[in-house]
Write a protein that binds this ligand. Structure first.
Ligand code: DGJ
Length: 739
C-alpha cells in the first residue's frame, strides 16, 4: 500500500519511492490541510510536528478564543470560499438562499487498490489493481445535504498523483456549482518559476517561463476548446531547475474544454496552484440525487528537471491514457493530400499521388477536407457527410478499395462538430447550431458549431459518419475542429442551465468519440483543431495522435514540438514533411531537415510526391526506410530535450532506447554564424559505462564522455568547406552500443 493513514489524527500519507503527499483533517472545522508535497520523506506515525499555527494580527478566525484558526494562514487541499480564507477558492456553491458559504466537513474515507473510471470523462487508468492506490475523502455539508468527495490516486511506480472531485446532492433542493476545480495545492513558498505553453494558430506550444509574482497569474481558455493559445498545463519549477536537474511540479488537466490553471501567491509567500474547468461561463445546476464530477488533474513531481517531468507524462500518457488497438502499435507512415491539393482533386489525381506514395514506401493515404457535399472551398457543406460524386465518381468506397488494392491503408477527414449554412443539415436543423436568440451569429471559416450538448445532434452525426465508414475501407480518421464557440447558447437547455453548455458540449464530443471507438475499435483517430487548437490529454484518451500544428515549416516546428514535448509523448505528435517554399511561412528548408524534424513524431508527408525530382524521390525513399527501421525506438524510447531553440541559434533533442543500447540525436542549425567557435552538445540518458559508435564519427565513445564532455560538432560554416552547415541545416547522429 502506498497510502498510510493515521486514523486517530486523521492524517494521510500518499507515497512511493519518489514522492510524498501528506494532508490531514483540521480538528475543529473538518476541512483538509495540506502538509507536504514533494520528494519522498520517511513515513511517521504522525506528522503533527509539522503543523504551523500562530496568531496573526488582522486576520479573521473561525473559532472564538482561537486566534490561530484563520484559514488564510493554513495551507489547504480543497479550499472553500467565505470563511476566513480570502484567496481563490477551489470551489464555490450558490445555496438556495443565494449565499456562497458552505461548510463541508470530513466524515470519512475510502481506500482501495487500483483506480476507478470517471463518469463520461477521459482519465488515466490502470491495467492491474496493484499499479495504484486510491483514496477518497468524503466531506459533508449538513445544510446543503451534499457530499464532496476529494479523490486521489497514487501510482506505485510513477511519480504521479491524480486528483478530481465529485459533488453529490443528497438533499431535496437544487443548488448551483459556480466553481469546481479539479485540484488545488498550497505550497509553503513562492520561489518558483511558472512554466506554461502559449501560442496561436501556426505557432502553438511555445514554452514560457516567468518568475512567480505576488497575486494571481493564470492561463485559461474560454473558447470552448483547450485552445492554441494556452495548453491545460502548468508547472512550477525552481529558478535553478534545468532540463536535466532540479525540482519541478507539473499539473496537467485531462480536459479539452474551457479551463483555468493558476498560481496565486499571497502576501505570506504561500503559492496556491489550481486547475480545473474555467469558472467563467460555468454554472452547473445540481438537482436532488445528481452527481457532478470534475475532470482529472495529473500531478507530477520530479527532481530530475523538466525532462524528468516530461518523461513521466510521456510514459503515463502513452501507456495509461491512450487506449485501444493502436496504443502499442507502430503508427503507419502517412501521406495527407491537404497541402498537395487543398480542395482541388479528383479520384485520378488522388490515385496518382497514392501510387507514387506507395512506391516510396508510404503506408497510409489520408484524404483530407473536400470529399463531401459540394465542398470545393471552405464556404459550404460541413454537416453533409455524403460523398461528392463529381470528384469521386466511385465514392469513398471505390477510392478506398483502389488505395487498399495498392497495398496501402486508407484514411478520411471529418469535421463532425461543424455545419455550414450552405448544407442540407443546416436547412433541416437550423436550431442545432449554437447561437444566442435575437443576436447576430458570428462565423469562423464560414462555419457554425453544432450543439453537441444535445443527444440527438451527436446521434445524427454518429449515424452519418457510420454510413460512410461502414461502406468503405477506412483505417484512420482525422477529426478536425476549426473554430471556437461564440454566442454560446443552447436551445436544448433551459435558461437556468445555460452555464452548463460549454462542459456539456465537450461531454458530447467525448461521447461521439466513445461511440465511434466502440463501433470501430481498429480505426486510428488523429485529432486536430486547425492544428494544435485542442492538443490536450482529454482527446489523447480517444485519439492516440494529434495534428500538432498546421505549420509544417521545419524551423517553426522545432519550437512547437520542443514545447509540446513538455507534456505529450513523441508518438502523439503528428508531424509531416511538406513542400517548400513552406505554405505557412514561405521558408525554404532542406528536405533533409524537414525529415529530421518530422521523425520526432508520427512521421508522414503532406505534399504532392508526384512533383518531386528523381533525386528527391530517392531521398524520400531512404527517409521512409530509415524511419521504418527506427520507428520502434522513436515511439518507445525516452525523449530528452537538449537545447531549447528559444534562446539559441541551434537546437537538439534525442531519444534513447529503454535498454540504452541505441539512441538518435537530432541536431538543428537555425542560423549559422561566420567564423563560429566549436560547439558541443551534452547528451543524456546513455549508460555511462557503455561504449558507443556515433554515426559520422570514427572510433568509440563511452556514454560518460558523450554525456559529460559532449558530442563535438564540427560545424563551423566556412566558405572553404562546402560541406559545413548552412542556415536551417540539420544532422542526425545514430548512436549504437558496441559489444
Ligand atoms: C485544418 C487542419 O489543421 C488542416 O490540416 C486541414 O485538415 C484543414 N483544416 C482542412 O480544412
Amino acid at each position: 500500500m502506498a497510502i498510510r493513514i493515521n486514523k486517530k489524527n486523521k492524517e494521510f500519507h500518499l507515497y512511493n519511492d519518489q514522492v510524498s503527499y501528506i494532508f490531514r483533517v483540521l480538528e475543529k472545522c473538518g476541512q483538509l490541510e495540506q502538509v507536504y508535497y514533494g520528494k519522498k520523506v520517511h513515513h511517521r506515525s504522525s506528522f503533527k510536528h509539522l503543523i504551523e499555527r500562530e496568531p496573526h494580527t488582522a486576520s479573521c478566525n473561525m473559532f472564538e478564543h482561537d486566534d490561530t484558526s484563520s484559514l488564510e494562514f493554513i495551507k489547504q487541499e480543497y479550499p472553500s470560499y467565505g470563511t476566513t480564507d480570502f484567496r481563490s477558492p477551489a470551489y464555490a456553491i450558490i445555496n438556495r438562499n443565494g449565499s456562497h458559504v458552505t461548510n463541508f466537513q470530513y466524515i470519512g474515507y475510502r481506500l482501495f487498490q487500483g483506480k476507478r473510471k470517471l463518469t463520461q470523462l477521459p482519465a488515466t487508468y490502470v491495467e492491474e489493481y496493484s499499479e495504484a492506490d486510491t483514496l477518497e475523502i468524503t466531506l459533508y455539508d449538513y445544510v446543503l445535504q451534499a457530499k464532496l468527495i476529494v479523490s486521489y490516486t497514487i501510482y506505485n511506480r510513477r511519480n504521479v498523483i491524480t486528483r478530481h472531485v465529485t459533488f453529490v446532492n443528497e438533499g431535496r433542493e437544487s443548488f448551483y456549482i459556480d466553481t469546481a476545480m479539479s485540484a488545488s495545492v498550497d505550497f509553503p513558498d513562492d520561489v518558483y518559476e511558472m512554466v506554461y505553453l502559449n501560442g496561436a494558430w501556426g505557432r502553438e506550444a511555445h514554452i514560457q517561463t516567468v518568475p512567480l509574482a505576488k497575486g494571481v497569474q493564470s492561463i485559461a481558455s474560454a473558447r470552448g476548446a483547450s485552445s492554441h493559445q494556452f495548453n491545460p498545463f502548468l508547472a512550477l519549477k525552481r529558478p535553478e531547475t534545468t532540463e536535466h536537474s532540479g525540482e519541478v511540479y507539473g499539473f496537467s488537466l485531462v480536459y479539452s474544454g474551457n479551463f483555468l490553471a493558476q498560481a496565486e501567491v499571497d502576501s505570506f509567500h504561500t503559492t496556491r496552484v489550481m486547475l480545473g474547468i474555467n469558472p467563467f461561463q460555468f454554472k452547473w445546476k445540481l438537482a436532488q440525487g445528481e452527481i457532478f464530477q470534475t475532470p482529472e488533474c495529473v500531478m507530477v513531481y520530479s527532481d530530475r528537471g523538466l525532462n524528468g517531468m516530461s518523461q513521466t507524462y510521456h510514459d503515463l500518457y502513452r501507456k495509461r491514457l491512450v487506449r485501444g488497438y493502436w496504443r502499442d502499435q507502430n503508427r503507419p507512415i502517412l501521406i495527407n493530400n491537404w497541402e498537395a491539393t487543398y480542395f482541388n482533386f479528383t479520384e485520378d489525381s488522388i490515385l496518382k499521388i497514392a501510387k507514387e506514395a506507395q512506391r516510396l514506401g508510404i503506408e497510409l493515404f489520408v484524404l483530407d477536407d473536400g470529399w463531401f457535399g459540394k465542398r470545393n472551398n471552405a464556404k459550404s457543406s460541413l454537416g453533409d457527410w455524403y460523398v461528392n460524386k463529381e470528384k469521386l465518381p466511385n465514392g469513398i468506397k471505390g477510392l478506398s478499395e483502389k488505395i487498399t488494392a495498392l497495398g496501402m491503408k486508407f484514411g478520411l477527414w471529418f469535421e463532425p462538430e461543424m455545419v455550414c449554412k450552405d448544407s442540407r443539415l443546416y436547412e433541416r436543423h437550423p436550431d442545432w447550431v449554437l447561437s444566442t436568440p435575437n443576436r447576430p451569429m458570428s462565423h469562423g471559416r464560414n462555419q457554425y458549431v453544432l450543439d453537441f450538448s444535445r443527444e440527438e445532434v451527436v446521434e445524427t452525426i454518429f449515424n452519418l459518419m457510420c454510413k460512410v465508414i461502414d461502406d468503405a475501407q477506412i483505417s484512420y480518421i482525422k477529426w478536425d475542429m476549426n473554430r471556437n464557440i461564440t454566442e454560446a447558447y443552447s436551445l436544448g437547455l433551459s435558461n437556468k442551465r445555460q452555464g452548463e453548455l460549454f462542459h456539456r458540449y465537450i461531454l458530447g464530443v467525448y461521447k461521439l468519440y466513445e461511440k465511434l471507438i466502440e463501433r470501430f475499435p481498429e480505426i486510428l483517430f488523429e485529432s486536430c483543431a486547425s492544428g494544435g487548437g485542442r492538443f490536450d490529454p482529454g482527446l489523447l484518451y480517444y485519439a492516440p495522435q494529434t495534428w500538432t500544428s498546421d505549420d509544417t515549416d521545419a524551423i517553426e516546428r522545432l519550437y512547437i514540438q520542443y514545447g509540446t514535448s513538455l507534456v505529450y509523448p513523441i508518438n502523439s505528435m503528428g508531424s509531416h514533411v511538406s513542400a517548400v517554399p513552406n505554405h505557412q511561412i514561405g521558408r525554404i528548408t532542406p528536405l533533409e531537415t524537414r525529415a529530421n524534424v518530422a521523425y520526432f513524431g508520427t512521421f508522414g508527408y503532406e505534399l504532392d510526391v508526384t512533383t518531386l525530382s528523381d533525386t528527391e524521390k530517392q531521398q524520400v525513399k531512404q527517409q521512409i526506410e530509415f524511419f521504418k527501421k527506427k520507428s520502434r525506438l522513436i515511439s518507445t524510447g525516452t525523449f530528452y530535450r537538449l537545447v531549447n531553440p528559444k534562446d539559441n541559434d541551434h537546437s537538439a533533442w534525442m531519444i534513447v532506447s529503454e535498454n540504452q543500447n541505441e539512441a538518435i540525436v537530432g541536431y538543428y542549425r537555425i542560423l549559422v554564424k561566420p567564423n563560429d567557435g566549436y560547439r558541443r552538445i551534452k547528451l543524456d540518458g546513455l549508460h555511462p559505462n557503455k561504449r558507443y559508435a556515433v554515426s559520422g564519427k570514427e572510433g568509440h565513445y563511452y556514454g560518460s564522455e558523450l554525456m559529460n564532455i559532449g558530442l563535438i560538432l564540427n560545424n563551423n560554416h566556412d566558405v572553404r568547406n562546402k560541406q559545413k552547415p548552412k542556415d536551417f541545416s540539420s544532422e542526425l547522429f545514430i548512436i549504437t552500443e558496441i559489444h
